[in-house]
Design a protein around this ligand. Structure first.
Ligand code: UT7
Length: 314
């Protein structure tokens, strides 16, 4: 009998420190008006002393609480991050210990597409029957790999975590998912270290990334809808990776979806990479916009490039 991976709990966590565009005006040659107009971002959260696992822990506790499951009930932990606490062990393993779980745990790294890649992976384990309950997290401290003197990236990236608990369900859940990578684009968006023990910071050809993001995300949304025999009218909520409001508006327009059906957190969260989709999802669920039975489309693209989508009934 077919099993679906269904979201039964969501949670998120943001570090308390707020950095507004006006704060950035003090250290960078930029303005609140420019940042708002070109990106849609007004403020973002930045860690002070917290690590990626600290944020992931809080988001996981919140998701587990909604799911009414205990850490011991979880069969697998998959954590998507670009900013792990250590080179090893996996941040997921550190999280497993801190949660008091005893299941296998590993990290997935696909930058801003990381959460979609992690959901796609979790889906396989549930559908083939090797796991019943899976905790999937997107957690990032992007502020640690930002060049705070580079105005083209320092204004964008931010910190936070979101998590979901997936459980097997005989009726519904993830209906479709697709992931892609193309390493030819490395130089467009990457961290510029040459060796693993060398520190680097994010380098981005913003304009190029922008155009590719609009094209890839629009094509992928169209492909996903076609393969699900759906139209954009069947989508209740687009829960996208939050990179730039102009990218999201362009994609929504291309697939004929009203912006009223897009969950937006970009203005307050900035670009939290792998955390942005589960952060937006948790906000939509907790404020009551996302309801049981809604069709959700998750989409993200990030460095590499890697990109992907998940279509799920909530
Ligand atoms: O999450 C992973 C994927 N990442 C993305 O999706 C990011 C995609 N890219 C973007 O969001 C946009 O390209 C940016 C927000 C990064 C930049 O916006 P843009 O409209 O593409 O600006 P631009 O790079 O074409 O730069 C336009 C001008 C330039 O000045 P000149 O050469 O015209 O004099 C930049 O130097 O804006 C300047 N500029 C800034 N001005 C004020 C660049 N950054 C800033 C800034 N404040 N922070």
């Amino acid at each position: 009998m077919k099993k679906f991976a269904r979201i039964i709990g969501t949670g998120s966590y943001l570090p308390p420190k707020i950095v507004t565009n006006f704060d950035l005006e003090k250290t960078l040659d930029t303005t609140d008006d420019w940042i708002k107009a070109r990106t849609g971002i007004k403020e973002r959260r930045i860690v002070t002393s917290e690590n990626t696992c600290d944020l992931a822990l809080e988001a996981s506790i919140n998701a587990l609480s909604m799911s009414e499951l205990k850490p011991q009930d979880i069969d697998l932990i998959i954590l998507s991050t670009t900013t792990p606490d250590k080179i090893f062990p996996a941040t997921a393993t550190i999280l497993q210990q801190r949660l008091g779980a005893s299941c296998p745990a590993f990290d997935v790294q696909a930058v801003c597409a990381g959460f979609v890649f992690a959901l796609n992976t979790a889906q396989q384990y549930i559908e083939n029957g090797s796991a019943k309950n899976i905790l999937v997290i997107g957690s990032e401290t992007m502020s640690k790999i930002v060049d705070w003197n580079d105005r083209s990236t320092a204004i964008l990236f931010a910190d936070g975590a979101g998590a979901v608990v997936l459980s097997d369900d005989k009726d519904t859940g993830i209906k479709h998912s697709k992931i892609y990578s193309d390493g030819n684009y490395l130089s467009s968006l990457h961290v510029n270290n040459n060796r693993i023990n060398e520190l680097g910071t994010i380098k981005m050809e913003g304009n190029e990334v922008f155009k590719i993001a609009v094209n890839k995300l629009s094509e992928l949304a169209e492909e996903t809808l076609k393969e699900c025999n759906m139209t954009s009218d069947d989508i209740d909520w687009l829960v996208p990776h939050q990179a730039n409001i102009r990218i999201l508006s362009a994609v929504a327009k291309r697939i004929n979806l009203s912006m009223d059906k897009v969950i937006l957190t970009l203005d307050r969260h900035g670009n939290t990479s792998a955390a942005s989709i589960p952060l937006a999802l948790d906000e939509g669920v907790r404020d009551g916009r996302i309801k049981e039975g809604d069709n959700l489309l998750f989409e993200g693209i990030g460095g590499g490039f890697s990109w992907g989508s998940v279509l799920a009934e909530f």
